[in-house]
Design a protein around this ligand. Structure first.
Ligand SMILES: *Cc1c(COP(=O)(O)O)cnc(C)c1O
Length: 348
């Protein structure tokens, strides 16, 4: 009964087989392996972006931080939401890799601080760079899709936000740790959710959707590639035995594994949400992808934890008034079974 995160689950057999296959014989290191050339070709096809450049790293923090460092200067500020992973969950890695760029938080609509509005983004950007050489200069905008609260920007919302970044001449980065979960939920193409919506750089997640540890950074303008490569090496994220990263990504893209896993994860979450709703739980946001925040009485949480369930309480400790409603985060991965979810729901 694992709902702690979508990195708790196993790696699909196809990926392990691909690793075993990649393990036969010899290959050039540092990204010069044949499989990396194939990864680039496939991602260019998938994204309908023949010029795009593709770079693999092993963590999302590295993907986001090195991409943002490439898009910014140390005297600039990066615009993101208060709940952004780059703000709350990367231990200042973006500030470190950028050489000191800061983050400026764009407030969300009330009750929805994980999604920027066009108006708030415009106002926040406009308020920066008003002190000449003395203040931070405007830098990239970074959005997260699926957001850290499990919600999704519609294509219209992405277009509206990118219109603002274009008006100010700023680059747009998308943290897509759960990119495919959003894409299948919106039933759109990869291009529609990225460069067609004004995205310049994408952190294309693999790990949360089944890989052992690979994320791709994709630049839709190849002018950024060289600088990213240098920053990745300097930052210690150029893998020597790189073919084992390539092999995972290739297996992910082969036979639609990436889409299938995301569909499964989203469907699992919808199943869990339906059960929770039946049990009287209320949701912070309507379920959209594979992550929900639901309130249950503390006594229920205690029963679930005692039975071995794993998930994160969000707004209160496990001990206290037994009737108090405590919100928890539940994330479903591709592999969790209905048997496990039924067992969990039966406990509720
Ligand atoms: C998990 C996650 C990442 C990547 O985190 P790592 O632990 O560094 O791999 C990035 N962004 C979001 C929104 C995430 O949920």
């Amino acid at each position: 009964m694992y709902f702690a995160s979508d990195n708790s689950g196993p790696v699909p057999a196809q990926v392990l087989h691909a690793l075993a296959k990649a393990n036969e014989g010899y290959a050039m290191g540092y990204g010069a392996d044949a499989e990396m050339a194939e990864v680039t070709k496939r991602l260019r096809d998938i994204f309908e972006a023949p010029e795009a450049t593709v770079h693999l790293v092993a963590t999302g923090t590295a993907a986001n931080s090195i991409a943002l460092a490439t898009l910014s200067q140390p005297f600039e500020t990066i615009f993101c939401t208060p709940t952004a992973h780059i703000h709350e969950d990367e231990c200042n890695a973006p500030e470190f890799y950028t050489g000191g760029a800061k983050l400026t938080l764009v407030p969300g609509a009330p009750g929805c601080d994980d999604k920027m509005t066009r108006q708030a983004l415009y106002a926040t950007i406009a308020a920066e760079e008003t002190r000449g050489v003395h203040g931070p200069q405007r830098g990239p905008v970074s959005l997260t899709q699926v957001t850290e609260r499990g919600t999704i920007y519609s294509l219209d919302e992405l277009q509206a936000l990118s219109a603002v970044t274009r008006e100010f001449g700023l680059p747009l980065h998308l943290d897509g740790a759960r990119f495919t979960n959003a894409m299948v939920a919106l039933d759109c193409t990869p291009a529609e959710m990225t460069w067609k919506a004004g995205v310049d750089a994408l952190s294309f997640g693999g790990t949360k959707n089944g890989l052992m540890g690979v994320e791709a950074v994709i630049f839709f303008d190849p002018k950024h590639a060289r600088e990213f490569e240098l920053r990745r090496k300097r930052g210690g994220h150029l893998f020597s035995k790189h073919r084992y990263l390539s092999a995972q990504m290739l297996a992910y893209l082969r036979d639609d594994l990436w889409r299938d896993n995301a569909r499964k994860a989203n469907a699992n979450c919808a199943y869990l949400a339906a059960g929770l709703r039946q049990a009287g739980a209320s949701f912070q946001h309507e379920p959209q992808a594979n992550m929900i925040f639901a309130a249950l009485p503390r006594a229920t949480h205690q029963r679930l934890f005692e039975a071995g369930a794993a998930y994160h309480l969000w707004d209160g400790p496990l001990e206290g008034d037994l009737t108090e409603q405590i919100t928890a985060r539940f994330v479903c991965d591709w592999a969790i079974s209905t048997v496990q979810m039924d067992q969990f729901l039966a406990l509720i």
